[in-house]
Design a protein around this ligand. Structure first.
Ligand SMILES: [Zn+2]
Length: 242
C-alpha cells in the first residue's frame, strides 16, 4: 500500500486524537471525585435510614409515655376519690379502715407508675438528642454531597468539551487520509488496544517497543517514502519520521 509522507503524518495525528479520546473516556469513568461523591452519598443515605428508624422509635416511646401517663392519671383520680370519701367521714369504721389501707396501696402504685413514666421520659430525651445529632450529621453530609456533585459535574463537563473538540478535529482530519489506509488503520486499531499506527523512531516500533534487527532496519530504510510499512511484531502501521 502506498501513501504520501504527508498523509502518513496525518494518520499519526489521527492516532494521537484517538488516543486522546480513549484517555478522556478513561478519565471520565475513573474520576476520583466521582468515587468520593458515591462514598459520601452512600454515607448520607445510611444516615437518613438511621434518622427514619430513630423517628419511628421516638413515636413508639411517645405512645408508651401516653399509656404510662394514663396509668398515673387513673391512680391519681382513684386516690382523689378515696381521699374525698375518707375526709367526708361517712361509712363504718371498718370501711374507713379499708379506705386507709387502699390509699396506702394506691400511693405505692402511684410511685411505681411515676417511676416508669420518668424512665420513659428519660428515653424520650435520649432519642430526641439522637435525632438532633442525626439531623446535624445528615445536613453536613448533604452539604458535602452537593459540593461534590457540583465539582464532579464541572470535571465531567470539562472532559466532555475536550472530547467534543477532539472529535471535531478528528472529523475534519479523517477525510484527508486515503480511504484504504484509513480502513486498514481502523481495522488494526479495533483489534489492538486502540493503537493502529505508531512512530518508528531510530530502530524501534513505538507501538510494541520492538527493536528491529539490522537486516529488517536496512530493509525498511530502503523502502520508498510513500510505502506503507507495518511492524513485523505488532502489525501496526509504522510512521517513519526520519
Ligand atoms: Zn510494533
Amino acid at each position: 500500500m502506498k501513501a504520501t509522507r504527508e498523509v502518513q503524518e496525518r494518520l499519526l495525528a489521527l492516532q494521537q486524537l484517538d488516543s486522546d479520546l480513549i484517555q478522556i473516556k478513561h478519565k471520565a469513568s475513573t474520576l476520583p471525585i466521582a468515587k468520593k461523591f458515591d462514598e459520601v452519598n452512600k454515607e448520607l443515605q445510611a444516615k437518613r435510614d438511621l434518622l427514619v428508624a430513630a423517628n419511628t422509635e421516638r413515636l413508639d416511646i411517645k405512645h408508651e409515655l401516653s399509656r404510662a401517663e394514663v396509668d398515673v392519671e387513673q391512680v391519681v383520680s382513684r386516690i382523689e376519690r378515696d381521699e374525698k370519701r375518707l375526709s367526708s367521714g361517712l361509712g363504718t369504721p371498718k370501711e374507713l379502715e379499708q379506705l386507709q389501707h387502699e390509699l396506702g396501696s394506691l400511693a405505692k402504685r402511684r410511685a411505681e407508675l411515676e417511676e416508669v413514666e420518668l424512665e420513659i421520659m428519660v428515653r424520650v430525651e435520649g432519642i430526641d438528642l439522637r435525632i438532633k445529632e442525626l439531623e446535624l450529621e445528615s445536613a453536613a453530609l448533604e452539604t458535602q454531597v452537593n459540593d461534590l456533585r457540583v465539582k464532579k459535574e464541572e470535571e465531567l463537563s470539562s472532559l466532555e468539551s475536550s472530547a467534543k473538540s477532539t472529535t471535531d478535529s478528528r472529523t475534519q482530519l479523517a477525510p484527508t487520509i486515503d480511504a484504504d489506509l484509513l480502513a486498514l488503520y481502523e481495522k488494526i486499531k479495533a483489534s489492538g488496544d486502540g493503537v493502529g499506527a505508531a512512530k518508528f523512531a531510530g530502530n524501534q516500533c513505538l507501538g510494541c517497543h520492538l527493536i528491529m534487527n539490522s537486516a529488517e532496519l536496512t530493509r525498511i530504510k530502503a523502502l520508498p517514502d510513500d510505502e506503507v510499512v507495518r511492524c513485523e511484531e505488532c502489525r501496526r502501521i509504522l510512521i517513519r519520521l526520519d
